[in-house]
Structure formats: C-alpha cells, structure tokens
Ligand binder design. Structure first.
Ligand SMILES: N[C@@H](CCC(=O)N[C@@H](CS)C(=O)NCC(=O)O)C(=O)O
Length: 223
C-alpha cells in the first residue's frame, strides 16, 4: 500500500508505455502520464535523458524511486501497489512468464512492430510507400514469433502462466499493432491458441481504456 501518486513519462502510442498503463489499469491504480516527445526535431529532451540515458520511453518515478526499462517498472508496479497480483507464485510459472517477456523484448517487438507494422502500416498511414523489401525480409521471423507465442499459450489461455500476468500485458500492445497488418490474418489462422488469447485479452476494460489514437487514424481494430 502506498499513497504517493506514481508518474509515468512517455506517450500513449508506445507499446511499452501502454504495457505499464495496462498494469495500472488492471490493478486499479491512479497515476500521472507526463508526455515526452522522444522524436522531437531537436532530439530527446535533455530532462528526459536524465531519466532514461538511452532516450526511450517509458521512464517512471514513484517518490524517491526512479526506474527505466519496462520489465523492471512492471515488476515494481505489481509488487508495490494494491490490486490483483500480475505475477504467478510458482517458480515454473514465474520462469515461463519471464521467458515470454524475454521473447517479446528480444524478437517480437523488433519483428512484428518494427519489421511489419511500421514499414507496412504506420509509414504508409502518414504518406510514405510501404517498404516491401523490408516486410518480405522479416516474414520468416514474423512467422516464427507468432508460432512461438502460440506454443506458449497455456491451457488456461494466457501466455506462459495459468492466469493473466505481466507477460500478457506486454504482449497485448505489440499484438495490437501487429493485428492491423495484412500479414496477421493468415498467420493467426494457423495459430488458433494465440488468436483465442487475442480475442480474450482484447475484451478487457484495461485494453479499451488504453487504446491509443493515431493521427491519421489506423485501420479499424478491436483494441
Ligand atoms: N527496453 C525498453 C524499450 C523501450 C522502447 O523501445 N520504447 C520505444 C517506444 S515503444 C522507444 O522509446 N523508441 C524510441 C527509439 O527507438 O528511439 C523498455 O523495456 O522500456
């Protein structure tokens, strides 16, 4: 239990910022989201580089505790604030949760967000041509990512664990962007467990409450 209001520095479009916002929403914790423009023409604001030496978002402050790196922030938020636990107790379940988080950070973000969504949807959305070569080059790795996540869905329907965990909350914002790419349709048909996970998590109020708006708007999407 803690009374100081936490501060999250970042922008709603960021998948990593959204993961932390999802954790706050699932736990029912109030926080301030302080905007940071890391893509500003003048570069990353100097005050943000003091919070995050690599100039990424999110950064986090809670009283005297300052953190960057979403996995650390998520763990702190879950353990310090009231609300439903977002990490399992059993060692094997915790290890599986960490495994999923590692897969997301090391392969899925790069491939599905930067390899498919950005060149195939986001850049065309603001007037650039889709980069077909880049997209075609990442397709094999994208299929591996989707199949690996599919295999990590447990028989309870969550990623790596018996109940909703931080792994699901980090995966959902990444998959939300992947799901607007044309390539997602056929890949999801082949990976039914992941598709069922996606439909289940999309219905949660936390996903609806943190849905980012893009300008111009992205193609219609459920969450
Ligand atoms: N490892 C970092 C990754 C954070 C990250 O890459 N955030 C993206 C936004 S989703 C960012 O700041 N990108 C800016 C850039 O690549 O320069 C974490 O877990 O927080």
């Amino acid at each position: 239990m803690t009374s100081t209001k936490p501060i999250l520095y970042g922008a709603p479009y960021s998948v990593y910022v959204r993961a932390v916002r999802l954790a706050f929403a699932e736990k029912g914790i109030d926080y301030d989201l302080v905007p940071v423009d890391i893509f500003a023409q003048e570069g990353v604001p100097p005050e943000h580089l003091k919070r995050h030496p690599f100039g990424r978002i999110p950064a986090f402050q809670h009283g005297d505790i300052a953190l960057y790196e979403s996995s650390a922030i998520l763990q702190y938020v879950d353990e310090v604030f009231d609300g439903p636990a977002l990490q399992p107790d059993a060692p094997a379940d915790r290890a599986h949760m960490s495994q999923v988080i590692s897969v997301l950070n090391n392969y899925v973000y790069k491939t599905l967000v930067w390899g498919l969504f950005v060149p195939g949807v986001q850049l065309p959305n603001i007037g650039f041509d889709a980069d077909r070569d880049k997209i075609n080059a990442v397709l094999p790795q994208a299929k591996t990512c989707v199949a690996a996540l599919n295999d990590l869905v447990t028989d309870r329907g969550w990623l790596g664990t018996p109940a909703l965990s931080l792994a699901d909350l980090l995966a959902a914002p990444m998959l939300s962007l992947f799901m607007v790419t044309p390539q997602s349709k056929s890949m999801m048909l082949d990976n039914v467990a992941l598709h069922a996970w996606w439909k289940q998590i999309c219905e949660r109020p936390s996903l609806q409450a943190t849905r980012p708006e893009f300008d111009p708007p992205l193609p219609e999407r459920p969450c």
